[in-house]
Structures are given as C-alpha cells and as structure tokens.
Write a protein that binds this ligand. Structure first.
Ligand code: NOJ
Length: 554
C-alpha cells in the first residue's frame, strides 16, 4: 500500500477537561491547550486527538453531544478553536476530533423532536419500541450497566441506549441519520480538522429484530455485546457514514474497535475498502485481571500483538496504544508502580511503540504516571463509577471493596488533571479542579521531568525521535523473537537497508538474553532505559527488571 502521512505520525490523545485550565474554573479549556503546543511538539507529537469538546450536558463528559457543531462554553469558543487549528497547523501538526455517531445526548434537538410524538418526522432517527409484558422490549443490558431501554412517558414507548439513559442511540438504519451526522463532520472538516476518532463505531448496527440475549429469566447478566457489537451489517452503516462525510478526502479516521477481531480487521482498514485508516481494538484489555498485584502475562501480550501484526501486514496498518480514557494507568496495570515505576513505564513504551503501526499516547502517559491515590468514594466523578458505587451500596457491599475495585480499574484514574509542576493543583488550574486525587508520585510532573535527563518524559522524547529517524522502525517488517519467553518481549524490524532489535524485560526480575545471532556491542546500542557501561561485543547479557534496549544488528 502507498505510505500515508499518518503511518509515520505519533498521535496524542488529549482529554481537554484535564489538560490545562486557563480561566481558573477548574476545567481544562482550549486556550489552555494553546499554551501547551510547544510541549506537545517537543515531545514528538504530530497529531492531536481531542476528546469531545462539543456542547453537552456532560453526563458522560462530552460523549453525550447536544450540538455537534458547537463548542461547549466550558472549553471556550469557536474563535479559540480556530486559533488552536491554526496554531497546530503552523507547527506542521494536525488535529482530529472525536466524532460520536452512535448516540446523542437526550438534550439534543433531534432527540427532543423524536421523543415529542410517535409521528414526529425524527421519530425513527432513534430506536423506539413498545414494551413487552410490562417491561422493556427485550432483555439487553447496557454497556454501562442496567437495562439498555428507558420508557419515555410522553409516548409510552421505550428508547434504546447502549450507554447511559441520557445517551439515546441513533438509528443507523434510517438514511437521514448518516446524512445528518455526515453534515456535522463536514462542517468541522471545512474548519480545517484533519480527521476523526470515531466513538463506538462498532455499535452502529443492532442485530436484526433486536432479539433477546439467552436469559429467559430477565435482564441479561452481561452487556448484550453479541447483539450490538460488530453485528452483521455494521460495515454498511460505516459505508454510509464514509460516503456522507469522508469520500475522496485524505484524512486520518480512527475507529474505536471494540469487538473487531484480527481476522475482521482488513475489512475495516484495508485501503481497498475506503473505510477507516485505523481501528483501536480492545484485545489487550483482556490481559488485565483486575488484580493490581498480578504480573503482566507477557506471552499473552505477544500472542495478541502477533495476531494483529500478521493480520494487517501488507493489508492495513495497526494502531498502537497502552492507555486511554477508559483504562487505569498502564504502570499500575502492567508495570510495577511501587518498585519500578519509571523503569516499567519506559520498558512498556519501548516494547509497544517500536512495533509497526501508528503510536497513540494518552496524556500523562509520557510522564509515567501511575494511578493517583483516590481515598474516598465521593472523589470519583465518572458516571460509570458513580453507578458502580450506587449499585454496590444497594447490594450491601463494603465501601472498602468498592473503593479497591475503583482504585484499580476506575476510568477516573486516567482522567485526573495533567501535572505541569509542583505548584497548587499541579499547575493545572488556579481553582479547585473538577476531579482530584493526590498523585502517586509528586515528582512526576512536566517541569521536574523536563529538568531530569533520566525522566520518563525525556525517555519518551528519545524513543519517539529514534522512531522517526530510523526508517526500519516505521516501515520495516516485524519479526517476533522468543515467543514463549515469559519475561522478554523481543522482535526485530527489518528493511533491506538495516535491521533493528528491540528487547524489553517486562517483568520485575532480571533475566538473561541470549542473542544467538552474532554479538552485540555497546556501539550498536541505539537506545536503552538504563545506562549501559561500555563493553565489547557479547552474545549474552543480563537485563535488569523492566530494562529495555534497542540495538542495530547486522
Ligand atoms: C467510548 C468512549 O471512549 C467512552 O469514554 C464513552 O463513555 C463511550 N464510548 C460512550 O460514548
């Protein structure tokens, strides 16, 4: 396939609410982001992905959109937005927005019209059904818990919502929906954006006839994923969106790929289909056991990476990520935040971001942040956490057990304000932030890490610079090594012009590496997470806990 600009780019997922506040209201905003563009550029970022900034009641922090073509006043104005686009483009950087086509807010005028009466022209823009036996139309549980249906008193029918009741699902079987969402996307493209991350895109099609899940007793015990995740026909809906909004343009389009398997991936991102550029699959989420003390299953991670690399080699392109707004911090999930916080942050980054694919960093990850210290249940803000707390209390679960679960896996772990310095509120805001928990390591902030050559931040800068400097690390073929080794993640990247070896110990104990393919000298070392003293070429050496090295090999 012909190389595309986004194949060699590094994307930074930015959570505007928590990045930088400029007006002291405790919520990050667009003028705040504008102040930090040099920081992003120095890091090596080429594309900024802004999580939703659109007008929203904020039930799901902006993933409940009330107006696709307006900036929520909490983030600033359209003029601020235009300045942001101009500021990024002036630096040779690009911007993608978060498009949310699966659902709107219940406050969106489309839904207000739809719910008004059964014969409103927008009635079928959403999914309305009569109840069944005095209850909802079927037994689907929503992704965020509870029934996926809510009865609306105005007409006595139920509407479908795969997320919260305040996020009614649009009906993608109705042709006007693709046209209307597409029009909104085109409106932003005309303002200069370079693409979109597309939320919940695998949910656009629901199983024909909306059949029950296999649980005659009542509400399905788990979200009704088999009925709405990557269901037959979903690619038709994607095609309608692409036709309405993206046809013939050179954009970065990133689908949230929950439920897509490696085997299916080519249909989503293969260039011949003219659909998306990339999908972010969820396969490696399953490596999290929920037990923060359990070590990473390195073999399972390598298998997953291998499946995706094989599926897309020469047929598409991978998205590489360790963190996002949905997951706890990777150092806390897969690393060792107590004994090796910096080392594990750097080793995981080395293993992941030198693979073939487009790297995605989530804000704060480049500082090696571990989960912050939430101490009380009332500190959590996320709608999913609040629901978990209410349900747990209603069931009589202990507060400690709920707290321990949310400390390990709550979405707010990754949503606390970006720590810029060691001033009040970490330099994020002059006012009380909308969400706060004490940082795991007060020394992990931008100012301190910029001044420390051995910081995670400076390691990320070297890692991304190496990636952009070495063609083998972008376009080189991927050859996995040591597939069954329980500690080492190793591979080479190869072009006819050269070969690069990546070896990362992703465990908390030292291990020997045997090269078995010539000898490796200090002069061949391109990057290392720890100082490596000068040494003559050797065939075997020890890697310390969470140590990673990158060598040029013959
Ligand atoms: C996925 C987003 O990443 C998440 O934050 C959001 O809550 C859901 N989609 C619903 O839009």
């Amino acid at each position: 396939m012909d190389a595309k600009w986004w194949q060699s780019a590094v994307v930074y997922q930015l959570y505007p609410r928590s990045f930088q506040d400029s007006d002291g209201d405790g919520v990050g905003d667009l003028p705040g982001i504008l102040r930090r563009l040099d920081y992003l550029q120095d890091l090596g970022v080429e594309v900024v992905w802004l999580c939703p900034i659109f007008a929203s009641p904020g039930v799901d922090n902006g993933y409940d959109v009330a107006d696709y073509c307006a900036i929520d006043p909490v983030f600033g104005t359209l003029a601020d937005f235009d300045r942001l686009v101009a500021g990024l483009h002036a630096r040779g950087m690009r911007l993608i927005l978060d498009l949310v086509p699966n659902h709107t807010s219940d406050q969106h005028p489309w839904f207000q019209a739809s719910r008004a009466s059964r014969d409103n022209p927008k009635r079928d823009w959403y999914v309305w059904r009569d109840g069944h036996d005095g209850g909802p139309p079927n037994n689907w549980a929503s992704i965020f818990g509870g029934p996926a249906w809510t009865r609306d008193a105005a007409t006595g029918q139920y509407y479908l919502h795969l997320f919260t009741p305040q996020q009614p699902d649009l009906n993608w079987d109705h042709p006007a929906v693709a046209e209307a969402v597409g029009e909104a996307a085109r409106w932003w493209l005309a303002r200069g954006v370079d693409g979109f991350r597309i939320d919940a895109i695998t949910c656009l099609k629901k199983a024909a006839g909306l059949p029950d899940m296999p649980n005659p007793e009542g509400l399905a015990a788990v979200p009704a994923y088999p009925r709405f995740l990557n269901a037959p026909g979903v690619l038709g809906a994607v095609d309608r969106l692409c036709q309405a909004a993206f046809a013939g343009r050179d954009l970065l389009l990133v689908g949230e790929g929950n439920g897509i398997s490696p085997r299916q991936s080519e249909a989503w991102v293969g260039p011949r289909h003219h659909r998306l550029s990339l999908v972010m699959h969820f396969e490696h989420w399953h490596l999290d056991t929920g037990d923060p003390a359990a070590p990473l299953n390195v073999v399972a991670l390598k298998r997953s990476v291998g499946r995706w690399q094989r599926a897309l080699a020469g047929r598409g392109w991978n998205a590489l990520y360790l963190e996002n707004t949905e997951l706890a911090r990777v150092v806390s999930r897969w690393g060792d935040p107590q004994r090796f916080p910096r080392e594990s942050a750097a080793a995981l980054a080395t293993a992941m971001y030198l693979l073939p694919g487009t790297p995605f960093l989530y804000q704060g990850q480049e500082l090696g942040l571990a989960n912050p210290r939430f101490r009380r249940l009332d500190e959590f803000r996320d709608v999913v956490a609040r629901r978990r707390i209410d349900e747990g209390r209603a069931r009589g679960e202990s507060e400690e057990a709920i707290l321990a679960e949310l400390q390990a896996s709550g979405r707010d772990n990754a949503r606390t304000p970006m720590p810029w310095d060691d001033g009040p509120w970490g330099g994020f805001s002059e006012g009380q932030p909308w969400l706060w928990a004490a940082p795991a390591d007060p020394g992990a902030n931008v100012a301190a890490e910029e001044a420390d050559p051995d910081s995670v931040l400076n390691y990320y800068r070297r890692l991304l610079a190496l990636r952009s400097r070495e063609p083998a690390l972008t376009m080189g073929a991927y050859r996995p090594r040591l597939g069954r080794h329980r500690q080492l993640f190793a591979y080479t990247r190869e072009t006819p012009a050269g070969r690069i070896l990546v070896i990362a110990n992703l465990s908390g104990t030292a291990t020997r590496y045997r090269h078995g393919d010539g000898r490796l000298g200090r002069d061949d070392l391109l990057l290392a997470t720890r100082p490596v003293p000068p040494h003559p070429p050797v065939g075997t050496f020890t890697l310390a806990p969470f140590e990673a090295r990158v060598y040029r090999v013959a």
